[in-house]
Structures are given as structure tokens and as C-alpha cells.
Design a protein around this ligand. Structure first.
Ligand SMILES: Nc1ncnc2c1ncn2[C@@H]1O[C@H](COP(=O)(O)OP(=O)(O)O)[C@@H](O)[C@H]1O
Ligand SMILES: [Mg+2]
Length: 329
């Protein structure tokens, strides 16, 4: 069997807030193979970013606490790594693109200084580069994202660029080095709708070309359908369904997944739900049993009391719902 590049195992994360403890991640399991393109979907507040921040070890401390679980990258548990090892992971192995390119770029340095730093630090980890090489690598990295006039852009400050151009810079930073995995957490949400899909397609094309793996988080199910190999559906701190992308879209099983697919997109990029009443639970007092049961029209006593594990319905299609236990028996 193939050993996954990254595997998140039974991950629990809590946040301490004034009111008490938010029990957000509730045993998350997911894995990504080398060269695989994964989509991660679910309503806002489901814990997608928290899962990604756990992988990168950038959860806010001491507010967030990982109480259980493992994150195995190339056979080593990221959660047990020393700061220097984590730094090497971030410089050379796993990189991320977040929602807002203005906050991920530093306003007081030029694009060239920032991109150059990323390339320099990654090269210290791999092979050493001089100034000229860093410059030509920076130009090449910007060119690859379709950025016009890259030499000039390198002398600009972030405020001088449009949102789309800034996000291209972030993509260049993420792709300019030999990272194995890119985490793209709603990378285009703050951009104009007209260029969102274009940037995501570009990102996907470059990831494919470089044989990298990607975890793509986006509101757009259309983009997930078009660009990913496999999908994880997350609800209130758990993965509730996973399958190959084509399988998931042609045969969604979990009532939550079905609800997501019936949701109607609004111009703002949010969705309103047709199939599912209600909202994400209060993480101070999450529901017992299946966390989705208060919103589920198929809910039974079993759902209210027992936490559903993932059932493999065949074809690598797994679903955490008692409806399918019956079917398999
Ligand atoms: N810094 C934080 N402090 C307190 N609670 C947080 C923090 N970050 C996230 N949470 C809690 O975790 C939940 C999940 O957040 P998040 O992982 O950002 O969801 P998603 O990315 O799926 O929208 C939030 O609804 C909130 O209750
Ligand atoms: Mg998020």
C-alpha cells in the first residue's frame, strides 16, 4: 500500500475562550498522497483552517491546544518536532497560501526583497544561491504566474499592486521553491469574483507541473469538482465523507454533503442552504453522538447517542453516517 505524504490522525483541538473551552476539532482524520490534489469543503466555522494551522504548527498559543492526535509527515510526527525541524518543514516541505494576500505580504519590503528571501531561505535548506541567481529565480517565479513585467514588479511594494497581482506574488512564493505540499486556504476569497477561478486554475496547473501535492480549501464546489482528485467534507470538527471527486459529486452520501450540494451560491460567495436547516453547533456544548444530528432529518436515537465512525462503502468512498451501516449489514 502507498504510504501517504501526510496523514492527520485523530486530531483534537480546543480553544480556551472567556466562556470556557471550545471543542472544535473532534478527531479529524485525513491523508494526502504524493502528487495528489485534495479538496476540503464545509461551511464556515467547520474547522478547516484550524486543521491546516495544526499541520503548519501556527495555531495561536496559548488559546489553542492540541489535546490528542498525530500529524505524520514523511514518517515523522510534526507535533513532536523541535522548532528548528518545524522551520525546515516550512522552508522546504510544506507551504501555504492564505486568504488575504495583503496580510501575508509585508508592506515595508519590496516584492523582490520578500520573494528573494523565500528563495534564499529555501535554498539554504537545499542548495546555495548567489544574488544574481536569486534575482533570476524571482523573475522566473513571477513569470510563471503570468505576471506582466516581472523585473519592474520586483521593485514595487505590495500596496502598488492589485489584489490579483498580490495573490500571484503569494503563489510565486509558494511555488518558487521545491516544497512538496501546498496548503491553499481559500486563497482567492478576497479577490474579485472574475479572477478567482482563473487564479485557482493557474495554481492547479503549476502544482501539477511541479508534481506537488495540494490541499485546496474553497467555497466553490465547481472549482473543487474541476481541479481536485479527491475530496474531504468536513462538518463541525470531523471529516464526514471522503471519496474520489467524480464519485463524490455523482453520488454524495452524507446528508450534510447532499445539503452542501443543494446550497445556492450568492454573489458574495457565501451559500444559503436549501437542504439543511440550522447552523454549526456551539463548540462550548457540542451535540453528543453525531454532531450533525440536530440538523439532520434522518436523525435517530443512535445518532443522538453514538459517534458514527467512517464506513467504507467500497471504492474508497467513506462516510460517517449510520444510514450506511444499515446498508452494509
Ligand atoms: N483564534 C481562535 N480563538 C477562538 N476560537 C477559534 C479561533 N480560531 C478558530 N476558533 C473556533 O474554531 C471554529 C472553527 O474555525 P476555523 O477552523 O477557522 O473554521 P473554517 O476554516 O472551517 O471556517 C470557529 O468557529 C471558532 O469557534
Ligand atoms: Mg477558514
Amino acid at each position: 500500500m502507498m504510504v501517504p505524504l501526510l496523514e492527520v490522525k485523530d486530531l483534537y483541538v480546543q480553544f480556551s475562550v472567556f466562556e470556557g473551552e471550545l471543542k472544535v476539532l473532534n478527531g479529524v482524520n485525513l491523508k494526502i498522497n504524493e502528487g495528489e490534489k485534495i479538496g476540503l469543503v464545509g461551511e464556515a466555522g467547520c474547522g478547516k483552517t484550524t486543521t491546516m494551522k495544526s499541520i503548519l504548527r501556527v495555531l495561536p498559543t496559548p488559546v489553542a491546544r492540541i489535546s490528542k492526535g498525530e500529524i505524520i509527515y514523511k514518517g515523522k510526527n510534526i507535533l513532536n518536532m523541535k522548532p528548528s525541524e518545524i522551520q525546515n518543514i516550512r522552508r522546504g516541505e510544506i507551504t501555504a497560501i492564505f486568504q488575504d494576500p495583503l496580510t501575508s505580504l509585508n508592506p515595508v519590503f519590496t516584492i523582490g526583497q520578500q520573494l528573494g528571501d523565500v528563495i534564499k531561505y529555501a535554498s539554504r535548506y537545499q542548495d546555495h544561491l548567489d544574488k544574481k541567481e536569486i534575482f533570476s529565480k524571482s523573475v522566473a517565479a513571477l513569470k510563471e504566474t503570468g505576471m506582466p513585467d516581472p523585473e519592474r514588479i520586483l521593485n514595487n511594494y505590495p500596496v502598488q499592486l492589485s489584489g490579483g497581482m498580490r495573490q500571484r506574488v503569494c503563489i510565486s512564493e509558494a511555488l518558487s521553491t521545491n516544497h512538496n505540499l501546498i496548503i491553499a486556504d481559500e486563497p482567492t476569497t478576497s479577490l474579485d469574483v472574475t479572477i478567482q477561478d482563473q487564479i485557482l486554475r493557474l495554481l492547479s496547473k503549476l502544482v501539477e507541473k511541479k508534481k506537488m501535492s495540494i490541499i485546496l480549501i474553497t467555497h466553490s464546489l465547481g472549482v473543487v469538482r474541476e481541479l481536485t482528485d479527491r475530496v474531504y467534507v468536513m462538518y463541525a470538527g470531523n471529516i464526514v465523507e471522503t471519496a474520489q471527486t467524480t464519485t463524490l459529486f455523482s453520488n454524495p452520501l452524507h446528508p450534510y454533503t447532499r445539503g452542501l450540494m443543494n446550497a445556492i451560491p450568492r454573489l458574495t460567495g457565501e451559500r444559503i442552504f436549501e437542504g439543511i436547516e440550522g447552523r454549526i453547533p456551539n463548540y462550548l456544548y457540542p451535540p453528543t453522538g453525531c454532531r450533525f444530528h440536530p440538523r439532520c432529518k434522518y436523525s435517530t436515537k443512535e445518532c443522538q447517542e453514538i459517534f458514527p465512525l467512517m464506513y467504507d462503502t467500497g471504492n474508497n468512498h467513506e462516510v460517517a453516517c449510520f444510514l450506511y451501516k444499515e446498508e452494509l449489514n
